[in-house]
Design a protein around this ligand. Structure first.
Ligand code: NAG
Ligand code: NAG
Length: 382
């Protein structure tokens, strides 16, 4: 006689689950079901975060440079299940010769013809051919407005050449320093694949690195192959609008970029970005490889940045550099942080200016880590 009530109870339970299932199925918010399914699966199959990467190639009138650049990108190693998109921005030749090199319409035709014939089999290929000459600043700033927090941009000027291993390295950086919560910091705005070499200061100095540096954090942007994280980039774009509207110039005392700005004005973008990074206390990831090799080299061809061709800045890492340690990513807590002057800064430093504290506090509260840099007054590195 004990069995019967139990049976009834079981039948009742069954009916109850069936009803709940029906309710869930016909609920106007189908989210509970899909969320549950996802949670169940994620226990058995470890998933890699799905993010999208777009290479933003900025070009103008240097066909030979562009050919070398796109060829290197095309020959790099990608993954069959991870599309990488290519977005090419072609600046227009100027209507009058305001520049020291006067590009001719036939230069653009050559560039367009080459790009049309260039096959990109790793993802979408999108070409943006401008109607006026906008210069490097707008080329960079208008290259990207992220559509989600899982979208990344890798900006490549056309006189760069990339190592076949660059994508694998970028991917490892993103997975480790963006998606692994224990190595994520809201202070990190991206990563540069160029050889770390330059310390801005008043004149600009050569960086002195010890032999064991490997991966480290440094505030300066590295424009020869810069990976950008979505949130800081959007912040920068809004900050830029705000400063432009108020007619504030990107001057920073004791910083060589102030001189660049006075000379080049709105043709370059780095003084703006450097001022923004300085005011937020943000950092960029760099890697020092053996023999000063790198995953991205600039051939420093004649153009806006160079009056005459200066030649490659360092040697590219070849495929044979791929050993077990190559993709080994340090934990953030063991990495060193360097300010614009390449002075090591220690997490936990006291802030001395209340205005700057305001912009830092929200991220400190969410991350429970305190990393404050001396960002006050100017920057005297010399
Ligand atoms: C040439 O370009 C300048 C600067 O972009 C612009 O202000 C000017 O109106 C242009 N002139 C013609 C004739 O299109
Ligand atoms: C996340 O980073 C920590 C610290 O570096 C490391 O121990 C852990 O294995 C990483 N997790 C994954 C999934 O890679």
């Amino acid at each position: 006689m004990v069995g019967t009530p139990k049976k009834h109870f079981l039948a009742f339970l069954l009916l109850l689950s069936f009803c709940s299932l029906l309710i869930l199925l016909y609920s106007p918010h189908p989210n509970p079901i899909s969320t549950q399914t996802f949670t169940l699966n994620s226990h058995s199959i470890p998933t890699t975060p799905a993010f999208s990467l777009t290479i933003k190639v900025l070009t103008f009138n240097r066909l030979n440079s562009l050919t070398r650049c796109l060829t290197s990108l095309s020959n790099a190693h990608y993954l069959p299940d991870h599309p990488v998109h290519l977005h090419i921005f072609i600046d227009h030749f100027p209507n009058q010769s305001q520049y020291y090199i006067a590009p001719k319409p036939q230069d653009s035709l050559g560039i367009l013809r080459f790009i049309d014939g260039f096959e990109w089999k790793w993802g979408q290929k999108i070409v943006h051919y401008r109607t006026t000459n906008v210069g490097l600043q707008a080329q960079w700033l208008e290259a990207w407005w992220p559509t989600s927090d899982d979208e990344f941009a890798f900006v490549v000027e056309d006189d760069l050449e990339l190592s076949p291993l660059f994508f694998k390295y970028l991917r490892a950086l993103i997975l480790n320093y963006y998606y692994n919560a224990s190595n994520f910091s809201p202070f990190v705005y991206g990563a540069s694949l160029q050889r770390p070499r330059f310390v801005p200061g008043r004149q600009g100095n050569k960086m002195l690195l010890d032999s064991t540096s490997g991966l480290f954090l440094y505030q300066l942007v590295g424009t020869w192959g810069q990976l950008l994280f979505p949130k800081p980039w959007k912040e920068f774009r809004l900050w830029y609008d705000d400063h432009k509207a108020k007619d504030i110039k990107p001057f920073l005392d004791g910083m060589v970029t102030t001189g660049w700005y006075k000379k080049m004005g709105e043709r370059i973008w780095t003084p703006w970005f450097i001022k923004f990074i300085h005011s937020r206390g943000y950092f960029n990831i760099y890697t020092k490889f053996l023999d000063e090799k790198s995953l991205s080299v600039s051939h420093r061809d004649v153009g806006v940045n160079y009056g005459k061709t200066a030649g490659p800045d360092s040697q590219l890492l070849g495929v044979n550099s791929l050993d077990n340690n190559f993709l080994e990513m340090k934990s953030l807590s063991t990495m060193k942080w360097y300010d614009f002057c390449f002075r090591e800064v220690v997490p936990g430093r006291v802030v001395r200016n209340l205005n700057d504290l305001g912009s830092i506090l929200p991220s400190v509260q969410t991350k429970q880590t305190v990393l404050l840099v001396s960002l006050f007054g100017g920057t005297s590195c010399d």
